[in-house]
Ligand binder design. Structure first.
Ligand SMILES: Nc1ncnc2c1ncn2[C@@H]1O[C@H](COP(=O)(O)OP(=O)(O)OP(=O)(O)O)[C@@H](O)[C@H]1O
Ligand SMILES: [Mg+2]
Length: 235
């Protein structure tokens, strides 16, 4: 039977039959401010707190300090897990600058990512965002090769991973290059919709290999508890 990695977001775990299937790579596609970062941090903090699993958050879009500052207001945040390195937040663009590795090449990024994961023995990995990496690769072929290789490395390192894909608001798409969703085992879509002059956030599981799941849209609420899902009819 497939083992599932609990995300800590009850509604999402229910949809997925317990969480993300172990070892899978999920593309989390969403426009800005839809809750991608918060959801992924909940996934890492749940793993570290409840299952003693190491987590790594690789950021290319927001600095480590800013991310930590924002995290402080959430109930799931535990400073001790950061201080004990059970959860590592790594700003690879800053690290590359410090190590004189700029400009970053595909191989350079791949080496940095795999060595961070190997050194920390991480079981849960988030990359925020693959769009930032893919934009520097230029064409679909390079993006496909890169993501395929990254997925293989994750499997080899026995990690369950979420790759964040940044998409434009109000557009129906999962990725910039249109290939990312085919490489991933799962696709989760976070969007915003205009409803009587109000913007509401939604989440939808588009695909998850090996899981029979609902593809319904759910309402996303963000509070100090983090991301929560509510059925659509509750609004
Ligand atoms: N304590 C809080 N209570 C309620 N809402 C909050 C709280 N903290 C943040 N938010 C909301 O969450 C949003 C940010 O969520 P998050 O950073 O996860 O989004 P994101 O999808 O990662 O955005 P980006 O694409 O910019 O990285 C904010 O725009 C804000 O509306
Ligand atoms: Mg973010």
């Amino acid at each position: 039977m497939t083992e599932h990695m609990k995300t800590g977001i009850e509604g999402l775990d229910n949809i997925l039959g317990g969480g993300i299937p172990k070892g899978q790579t999920v593309l989390l596609a969403g426009s800005c401010g839809t809750g991608k970062t918060i959801l992924c941090q909940q996934f890492l903090f749940t793993g570290a707190k409840e299952f003693n699993e190491m987590g790594v958050y690789i950021t290319l879009s927001e600095s480590r300090d800013r991310m930590l500052k924002n995290l402080e207001s959430f109930e799931f945040y535990d400073k001790e897990l950061i201080e004990s390195d059970k959860i590592k937040i790594v700003d690879i663009t800053q690290d590359a600058r410090l190590m004189n590795l700029e400009p970053l090449t595909v191989k350079g990024i791949m080496n940095m990512v795999t060595s961070i994961i190997r050194d920390s023995d991480a079981k849960r990995v988030v990359i925020d965002s693959v769009t930032a990496i893919c934009n520097s690769l230029g064409n679909e072929r390079n993006v496909r090769d890169f993501l395929f290789e990254l997925g293989l490395q994750m499997q080899y390192l026995d990690c369950t991973s979420i790759f964040i894909s940044e998409i434009a608001p109000m557009k129906f798409q999962y990725s910039v290059f249109g290939v990312e969703e085919f490489i991933a085992d799962g696709v989760i879509l976070m969007r915003e919709h205009e409803e009587k002059g109000d913007l509401i956030r939604t989440l939808q599981v588009v695909k998850m290999r090996g899981v029979s799941h609902s593809r319904n849209r759910h309402i996303v609420e963000i509070s100090t508890k983090g991301v929560e899902l509510k059925p659509m009819f509750e609004i």
